[in-house]
Design a protein around this ligand. Structure first.
Ligand SMILES: *[C@@H]1O[C@H](CO)[C@@H](O)[C@H](O)[C@H]1NC(C)=O
Ligand SMILES: *[C@@H]1O[C@H](CO)[C@@H](O)[C@H](O)[C@H]1NC(C)=O
Ligand SMILES: *[C@@H]1O[C@H](CO)[C@@H](O)[C@H](O)[C@H]1NC(C)=O
Ligand SMILES: *[C@@H]1O[C@H](CO)[C@@H](O)[C@H](O)[C@H]1NC(C)=O
Ligand SMILES: *[C@@H]1O[C@H](CO)[C@@H](O)[C@H](O)[C@H]1NC(C)=O
Length: 504
């Protein structure tokens, strides 16, 4: 009897395991790739007629803003080495490769008055090289790198005139590159861009918050303009899709059950830019409108520093996406902060912390893979199950080649993506950030997210595949997610030699 019972248990377990293994197969059409962005990898900041972008200007003027005074002047030199990059991507078996266009490289005055022949040609060459090697280009129009000239002229994204500059730029890109690009993203991480990168020099809370709200307001308008231009002038001929990329943390209550705080955190950080485009109703979340209005009143302002959309703009922006682009890295605990002097702390009234039990990546972000599926389920539930393309996820790890922690990270996060998909979330792609070690903004070259190591001391910027890229290659060729195994190291040694030979 016991024997039979044990056999039944084993049988059930096997069934569970087989099913689990089965569910780790990559579904048909599910696209797996890796990502980069222009300023972070291209270098060639001053070639041909390229104009200065905000990073060129800022880091040349105040080098010490960046760790070790690092800049993207040369970065990975992908401007000159794109063919090698594409060969590496092909060798890994990537389905798609995500990159961004440098506005200052293609339109040196910011407007279509001058279209840089060399700038456009660079991206045409890159796209052709990718297609020739069977890799789909995923193209982002704006990844944190505005033209300095436009910022001088307008003051930046708090000025509504940026909307039309962007609209004109996007039209030129659709016309020039659209015949071969089927996957467009307008802005990378609107929320992070406006909160952290667009107004680095604003220090008082009113000007800093006001600027970031106005920035997102105008970026959302610019996104919608680009979407409508694509829809009306290009879609019927080019048949691509276009969406917006939003970064979202996953929020966990510090006190069990405090979902009010986690909802507020999500609303202020994600729904802020997600609702206007992806919710049925459009516009900003109610709690943002309320709390920002309260703080503004308490500070004696005559109106809320959160701008309002007219009904016309609400309708114009709502629904302007064929998919939702999602970047996910961070999990954080949330707790409420009581009002003091009639004001909500930080406009939102919540603060964040790490759980001490979390393992952290090199950049200090908790490794909590279940957040990935929880976030996907939340988006599916709150936004009517939109097609989601994960366009960034990954870990910084200080290890030159033997990045075993990165493999464990990617495995556990990808597994959660597949679980969410199994549960009905319409997730269609997963993109590792990043393809190459690169200029990681103010962290300089000290934070390394790459699948591929780049030697920044070598004038040639020698690329060397890390163990994780070898693992990714194996799972892509197997068509299913597999955990790290010891024998990977042996294969990797041989593979490494071959790759290095091929590159030399
Ligand atoms: C471009 O910048 C590099 C430094 O990054 C400098 O060495 C080079 O002379 C500059 N080239 C031109 C044409 O200005
Ligand atoms: C930032 O502000 C300070 C003080 O107003 C100014 O000296 C500095 O030049 C500004 N930096 C940039 C890059 O604009
Ligand atoms: C960074 O640049 C500043 C000047 O802006 C200089 O004083 C400092 O020594 C530099 N630091 C490094 C690590 O090169
Ligand atoms: C932007 O303005 C700054 C400060 O006036 C100036 O030094 C810089 O040359 C200007 N840059 C461009 C590209 O116009
Ligand atoms: C907004 O930008 C335009 C140029 O497009 C400029 O004329 C105007 O002065 C700017 N407004 C503000 C408030 O800076």
């Amino acid at each position: 009897m016991q024997m039979i019972f044990a056999l039944i248990v084993v049988h059930i377990l096997r069934g569970v395991l087989a099913q689990d293994e089965l569910s780790l197969a990559f579904p048909d059409g599910f696209s797996i790739g890796a990502g980069t962005s222009a300023y972070q990898i291209e270098g060639a900041w001053n070639v041909s007629d390229k104009a200065e972008n905000v990073w060129d200007y800022l880091l040349h003027k105040c080098p010490s803003l960046s760790n070790n005074n690092d800049t993207g002047d040369i970065a990975c030199d992908s401007y000159h080495k794109y063919k090698e990059d594409v060969q590496i991507a092909k060798n890994m078996g990537l389905h798609h490769y995500r990159f961004s266009i440098s506005w200052s490289r293609v339109l040196p005055t910011g407007t279509p008055d001058i279209i840089s022949k060399d700038g456009i040609q660079y991206y045409k060459n890159l796209i052709d090289e990718l297609l020739k090697n069977g890799i789909e280009p995923f193209v982002t129009l704006h990844h944190f790198d505005d033209l300095q000239l436009l910022v001088n002229k307008t003051g930046g994204w708090a000025n509504e005139s940026m909307v039309e500059y962007f609209a004109e730029y996007s039209r030129v890109m659709f016309r020039e590159l659209g015949p071969k690009v089927k996957f467009w993203s307008t802005f990378n991480e609107v929320n992070i861009f406006c909160k952290w990168f667009a107004y680095l020099n604003e220090t008082t809370p009113d000007t800093a918050y006001r600027a970031s709200y106005l920035c997102a307001h105008n970026v959302l308008k610019a996104h919608a303009r680009a979407y409508h231009i694509y829809d009306e002038e290009f879609r019927s001929i080019q048949h691509g899709q276009i969406g917006l990329i939003i970064s979202s943390a996953y929020y966990i209550p510090k006190t069990a059950g405090d979902t009010e705080s986690t909802d507020i955190a999500f609303d202020f950080n994600t729904a802020w830019v997600m609702n206007p485009v992806y919710s049925k109703k459009g516009g900003y979340p109610e709690v943002m409108k309320q709390r920002i209005a309260e703080n503004s009143r308490a500070e004696g302002l005559v109106s809320s520093r959160l701008p309002e959309f007219s009904d016309k703009w609400i309708n114009y922006i709502q629904g302007t996406a064929d998919y939702l682009g999602l970047n996910h890295y961070i999990t954080t605990l949330v707790e409420p902060v009581k009002k003091s002097n009639g004001r909500w702390y930080d406009d939102a009234g919540v603060i964040f912390s790490n759980d001490p039990s979390w393992k952290l990546t090199a950049i200090g972000w908790g490794v909590v893979p279940e957040s990935m599926s929880a976030l996907l389920r939340k988006i599916s539930k709150d936004y009517n199950n939109p097609p989601v393309y994960i366009l960034e996820n990954g870990a910084s790890e200080i290890a030159d080649f033997m990045d075993i922690d990165r493999i464990a990270y990617l495995y556990s996060y990808m597994k959660e993506v597949l679980m969410a998909k199994r549960d009905g979330c319409d997730v269609r792609a997963y993109t590792v950030w990043s393809f190459l070690d690169n200029y990681e903004w103010f962290n300089g070259y000290a934070q390394t997210f790459g699948l591929i190591h780049v030697d920044f001391k070598d004038p040639n910027r020698k690329r060397t595949p890390k163990l994780s890229s070898h693992w990714l290659k194996i799972i892509l060729s197997e068509g299913k997610l597999l955990p790290y195994k010891e024998n990977l190291l042996e294969d990797y040694g041989n593979e490494l030699e071959k790759t290095i030979e091929a590159l030399d």
